[in-house]
Write a protein that binds this ligand. Structure first.
Ligand code: PLP
Length: 349
């Protein structure tokens, strides 16, 4: 029988992070109320904190990034509308077609370069019902994922965001940012979160990825948008009662784990640089801008994933010839060195 590996280095995702002792203690002490009734003081504190960080009027605590995006799409659109999104975006690929099932929207997909769409391609995808003798659906929402997960954790340049935001105004479309990993972009660029989301009508940020909270996302926008989003959260079953316990974890994550994202980025870079010279593996170093490393494999990525897991290294095969490795709270320098050593051994056989 195959011997169990003695080490486990879990590079599958930053979602595998577990709450540390300090976070658990903070959660145990959290003051709670009934958030469905709007009187959980810790949830209110978290919502205000995230809204203020992002320069928005109000926030809404939701159980997941998927629900946050779904609530945003439902709030911004009407059934029969069309949303615009990048062709490999999480919202399109990994959220069960929620935009269609829950909001009755079609989607127009935009190609990209490493996850970053070109403003001209966004413009070319916009179809408005008006002036089409009712032939077209009505494009009413542009969704931008920053950082782009399938793009390799890449960051939108500010000028691209500005141009897309101008196009959205020209065509009377709303703008939503899936900022599941927005704080990675903020830490990597030094641009403030509020500057980065300027021109957006709503932003979703996740607390349970690199920030290390066990659960939760916050959707932010104008006071009016959040009032409407509150109703859709209820309809989608996302109202939570003594949610302050979870919100406290989010506050802890923002206070203690946000600044340390820079260490994840350095380790991702180190991992990518170590992989680059290895036989049978290719990385695009320019693409490694935050905490993700996408590795192109000469043979089957599934086989690489299996061989690595036999050695105690977990990662995801994203398609036939691509592995994804993500650095996070539980990955240290030693793990990167061990991973490189094992990859180097495997690349020689
Ligand atoms: C870019 C992006 N958006 C949204 C989500 C959804 O978050 P959740 O898993 O909390 O539903 C993810 C999850 O990995 C993601 O990577």
């Amino acid at each position: 029988m195959e011997k169990e590996p003695s080490i486990i280095i879990d590079l599958r995702s930053d979602t595998v992070t577990q709450p540390c002792g300090g976070m658990r203690e903070a959660m145990a002490r959290a003051e709670v109320g009934d958030d469905v009734n709007g009187d959980d003081p810790t949830v209110i504190r978290l919502q205000e904190k995230v809204a203020s960080l992002l320069g928005m009027e109000a926030g809404l605590f939701v159980p997941s990034g998927t629900m946050s995006n779904a609530v945003a799409v439902r709030t911004h659109t009407q059934p029969g509308d069309e949303i615009i999104a990048e062709e490999h975006s999480h919202l399109y690929v990994y959220e069960g077609g929620g935009y269609a099932a829950l909001s009755g929207c079609s989607i127009a997909l935009v190609p990209s370069e490493h996850g970053i769409v070109a403003p001209v391609d966004v413009r070319n995808r916009i179809r408005k019902a008006e002036g089409s003798r009712s032939h077209y659906p009505n494009a009413s929402l542009i969704c931008i994922e920053n950082t782009s997960n399938r793009g390799g954790g890449t960051i939108y340049p500010m000028e691209v965001l500005k141009e897309i935001s101008e196009i959205s105004r020209e065509y009377d479309c709303r703008m939503h940012m899936d900022g599941a990993r927005l704080f990675n972009a903020v830490v990597a660029t030094g641009i403030s979160a509020s500057n980065m989301v300027e021109g957006f009508d709503s932003v979703s940020v996740c607390l349970s990825k690199g920030l290390g909270a066990p659960v939760g996302s916050v959707l932010v926008g104008s006071k009016n948008f959040i009032e409407q989003a509150h109703r859709w959260r209820k309809l989608f079953g996302g109202g939570m009662r003594q949610a302050g316990i979870l919100a406290e974890a989010g506050i802890y994550a923002l206070d203690y784990n946000l600044p340390r994202l820079a260490a994840d980025h350095l380790r991702a870079k180190k991992l990518a640089q170590g992989i680059e010279p290895l036989e049978g593996l290719t990385v695009c170093l320019d693409e490694v801008q935050t905490n993700m490393v996408y590795v192109m494999t000469k043979g089957s990525a599934d086989e690489w994933q299996t061989k690595l897991s036999e050695k105690g290294i977990l990662c995801f095969a994203i398609n036939e010839n691509t592995l994804r490795m993500v650095t996070h709270l539980h990955i240290n320098d030693r793990h990167i060195e061990d991973t490189l050593l094992i990859l180097s051994e495997l690349s020689k056989v």
